[in-house]
Design a protein around this ligand. Structure first.
Ligand SMILES: [Zn+2]
Length: 257
């Protein structure tokens, strides 16, 4: 059975041809390519033209770390111009953990403005959103509800369990990465998530480091198998059974045909 990596920063990957070759060999059927900012959104649209396999599904957005209100209008235009080619709006969201944001209300407000604007675009276009919410889980959740987005995944979720309960109650999704294999916060959250509202991903090309064992690796889409294995171990569930559910979740969430 094939597998889908639902969150990959395709335009940031080095030696992309080799990485995609390895993904195909590892039975990765589809990759959801997630943008960081305006330039990255343009790059992903261009990459989509060049890549045959695996299937590439596009999400355009502005990551909270890349918040730039001056580029917001151009990004919105790019999204509307390409709306029929998109499977998501993302990555968008809030992150209050960055040092330059933590104690700066103005920076937080900039993030919220960009986030709200792009949530509204997603609502208008009826596209699912991929939300980054580190250290801002409650605010991110409140804004998603407030704007009234139908489909949302809180990506790499390792946050508050009370927010998680609300996410589940509302029918929204969370996703998890290979760090589920060793990170206690991720394990605590994901063990409480309904498997029907869960997606698996890699956030490639992020570097995963297990601080207890000092073992690390640079993520690429084929490592989504590690995420699956970590989940099957955590929940003591058959891997193929879990995979069938994750594939169905990803296909229906991102409308992958
Ligand atoms: Zn990401």
């Amino acid at each position: 059975m094939g597998i889908i990596d639902t969150h990959c920063h395709l335009d940031q990957i080095e030696n992309l041809d080799d990485v995609l070759q390895r993904a195909t060999e590892a039975n990765v059927e589809a990759i959801v390519a997630i943008a960081m900012n305006l330039e990255s959104s343009k790059n992903i649209l261009a990459l989509k033209e060049k890549i045959q396999t695996p299937q590439i599904c596009i999400g355009l957005g502005m990551h909270p770390a890349e918040t730039n209100l001056d580029e917001l209008d151009e990004l919105k235009t790019l999204i509307y111009d390409n709306k029929d080619r998109l499977h998501a709006i993302g990555e968008i969201g809030l992150d209050y953990w960055y040092k330059w944001v933590r104690n700066d209300e103005a920076k937080k407000e900039e993030q919220r403005r960009a986030f709200r604007a792009l949530l509204e675009v997603a609502r208008d276009l009826d596209l699912p959103v991929v939300v980054h919410s580190r250290g801002a889980w409650q605010d991110a959740y409140d804004m998603v509800c407030d704007v009234g987005v139908k489909k949302c995944v809180f990506h790499w979720y390792d946050g508050s369990l009370s927010v998680l309960q609300n996410i589940m109650k509302d029918g929204y999704f969370v996703s998890t990465t290979p760090n589920l294999g060793y990170n206690a916060n991720a394990q605590a959250a994901i063990s409480q998530a309904n498997i029907k509202q869960l997606l698996i991903e890699t956030d490639s090309p992020v570097y995963f480091l297990n601080r207890k064992t000092d073992e690390g690796f640079k993520a690429e889409p084929k490592e989504v198998w590690r995420t699956l294995k970590a989940y099957a171990n955590l929940k003591n569930i058959n891997q193929q059974e879990a995979l069938a559910i994750f594939n169905a979740n990803a296909r229906s969430f991102f409308n992958i045909i």
